[in-house]
Design a binder for this molecule. Structure first.
Ligand code: TYC
Length: 111
Protein backbone atom coordinates (compact mmCIF):
# COMPACT_ATOMS: atom_id res chain seq x y z
CA UNK A 1 0.00 0.00 0.00
CA UNK A 2 1.35 3.47 -0.85
CA UNK A 3 1.03 6.55 1.33
CA UNK A 4 2.82 7.96 4.31
CA UNK A 5 3.22 11.20 6.13
CA UNK A 6 3.80 14.62 4.66
CA UNK A 7 5.49 17.24 6.81
CA UNK A 8 3.62 20.53 6.63
CA UNK A 9 5.28 23.76 7.58
CA UNK A 10 3.21 26.68 8.79
CA UNK A 11 6.05 29.01 7.71
CA UNK A 12 5.92 30.71 11.07
CA UNK A 13 8.84 31.37 13.42
CA UNK A 14 7.81 28.69 15.92
CA UNK A 15 8.50 25.19 14.50
CA UNK A 16 6.23 23.63 17.15
CA UNK A 17 3.38 24.95 15.02
CA UNK A 18 4.37 22.55 12.21
CA UNK A 19 2.22 19.45 11.83
CA UNK A 20 2.08 16.08 10.11
CA UNK A 21 -0.64 15.14 7.66
CA UNK A 22 -1.65 11.49 7.35
CA UNK A 23 -1.82 10.67 3.61
CA UNK A 24 -2.25 6.89 3.77
CA UNK A 25 -5.67 6.10 2.30
CA UNK A 26 -7.76 4.25 4.86
CA UNK A 27 -8.73 1.44 2.52
CA UNK A 28 -8.41 -2.30 3.11
CA UNK A 29 -8.21 -5.02 0.49
CA UNK A 30 -11.03 -7.51 1.08
CA UNK A 31 -9.85 -10.81 2.60
CA UNK A 32 -9.31 -13.75 0.25
CA UNK A 33 -10.25 -17.36 0.89
CA UNK A 34 -8.52 -20.60 -0.06
CA UNK A 35 -10.80 -23.31 -1.41
CA UNK A 36 -9.58 -26.86 -0.80
CA UNK A 37 -10.66 -30.34 -1.83
CA UNK A 38 -10.30 -33.16 0.71
CA UNK A 39 -9.51 -36.79 0.04
CA UNK A 40 -11.80 -39.70 0.84
CA UNK A 41 -11.71 -43.40 0.00
CA UNK A 42 -14.91 -43.54 -2.07
CA UNK A 43 -15.27 -40.69 -4.54
CA UNK A 44 -14.10 -41.89 -7.98
CA UNK A 45 -11.02 -40.15 -9.36
CA UNK A 46 -12.88 -39.28 -12.60
CA UNK A 47 -15.57 -37.50 -10.60
CA UNK A 48 -13.00 -35.30 -8.86
CA UNK A 49 -11.42 -34.48 -12.23
CA UNK A 50 -14.87 -33.51 -13.54
CA UNK A 51 -15.48 -31.25 -10.51
CA UNK A 52 -12.17 -29.46 -11.07
CA UNK A 53 -12.92 -28.93 -14.76
CA UNK A 54 -16.53 -27.86 -14.26
CA UNK A 55 -16.31 -25.59 -11.22
CA UNK A 56 -12.68 -24.45 -11.23
CA UNK A 57 -12.06 -24.14 -14.99
CA UNK A 58 -9.05 -26.48 -14.91
CA UNK A 59 -7.98 -28.24 -18.08
CA UNK A 60 -7.85 -32.03 -17.98
CA UNK A 61 -4.09 -32.15 -17.23
CA UNK A 62 -4.35 -29.62 -14.36
CA UNK A 63 -7.46 -31.34 -13.01
CA UNK A 64 -5.79 -34.75 -13.01
CA UNK A 65 -2.69 -33.39 -11.24
CA UNK A 66 -4.71 -31.64 -8.52
CA UNK A 67 -6.86 -34.76 -8.02
CA UNK A 68 -3.69 -36.87 -7.60
CA UNK A 69 -2.26 -34.38 -5.09
CA UNK A 70 -5.45 -34.64 -3.02
CA UNK A 71 -5.38 -38.44 -3.31
CA UNK A 72 -1.74 -38.66 -2.13
CA UNK A 73 -1.52 -35.78 0.38
CA UNK A 74 -5.04 -35.67 1.78
CA UNK A 75 -5.97 -32.24 0.44
CA UNK A 76 -5.00 -29.61 -2.11
CA UNK A 77 -5.60 -25.95 -2.78
CA UNK A 78 -7.82 -25.52 -5.82
CA UNK A 79 -8.22 -21.74 -5.91
CA UNK A 80 -8.22 -18.42 -4.05
CA UNK A 81 -11.34 -16.26 -4.23
CA UNK A 82 -13.35 -13.50 -2.59
CA UNK A 83 -15.60 -14.68 0.26
CA UNK A 84 -18.70 -14.72 -1.95
CA UNK A 85 -17.11 -16.62 -4.82
CA UNK A 86 -15.44 -19.12 -2.45
CA UNK A 87 -18.79 -19.82 -0.76
CA UNK A 88 -20.43 -20.35 -4.14
CA UNK A 89 -17.69 -22.80 -5.26
CA UNK A 90 -17.94 -24.79 -2.01
CA UNK A 91 -21.76 -24.99 -2.34
CA UNK A 92 -21.59 -26.02 -5.98
CA UNK A 93 -19.11 -28.83 -5.25
CA UNK A 94 -20.97 -30.07 -2.17
CA UNK A 95 -24.37 -30.03 -3.95
CA UNK A 96 -23.00 -31.75 -7.06
CA UNK A 97 -21.25 -34.41 -4.93
CA UNK A 98 -24.33 -35.05 -2.79
CA UNK A 99 -26.58 -35.30 -5.84
CA UNK A 100 -24.21 -37.92 -7.24
CA UNK A 101 -23.98 -39.69 -3.88
CA UNK A 102 -20.27 -39.12 -3.39
CA UNK A 103 -18.79 -38.05 -0.05
CA UNK A 104 -16.38 -35.55 -1.62
CA UNK A 105 -15.71 -32.59 0.72
CA UNK A 106 -14.78 -29.06 -0.26
CA UNK A 107 -13.84 -26.41 2.31
CA UNK A 108 -12.75 -22.79 2.48
CA UNK A 109 -10.51 -20.92 4.90
CA UNK A 110 -9.30 -17.35 5.19
CA UNK A 111 -5.94 -16.92 3.47
N1 TYC B 1 -9.09 -41.29 -2.96
C1 TYC B 1 -10.09 -41.42 -4.02
C2 TYC B 1 -10.00 -42.82 -4.65
O1 TYC B 1 -9.03 -43.52 -4.44
C3 TYC B 1 -9.93 -40.36 -5.10
C4 TYC B 1 -10.13 -38.98 -4.59
C5 TYC B 1 -9.27 -37.96 -5.00
C6 TYC B 1 -11.19 -38.66 -3.75
C7 TYC B 1 -9.45 -36.66 -4.59
C8 TYC B 1 -11.38 -37.36 -3.32
O2 TYC B 1 -10.73 -35.06 -3.36
C9 TYC B 1 -10.53 -36.35 -3.74
N2 TYC B 1 -11.02 -43.18 -5.41
Amino acid sequence: MSGGKIFMSTEKEDPSQDFLVETRPKTKRPPLYKVMLLNDDFTPMEFVVLVLERFFSKNSTQAFEIMLTVHKKGLALVGIFSHEVAETKVSQVMDFSRRNQHPLQCTMEKE
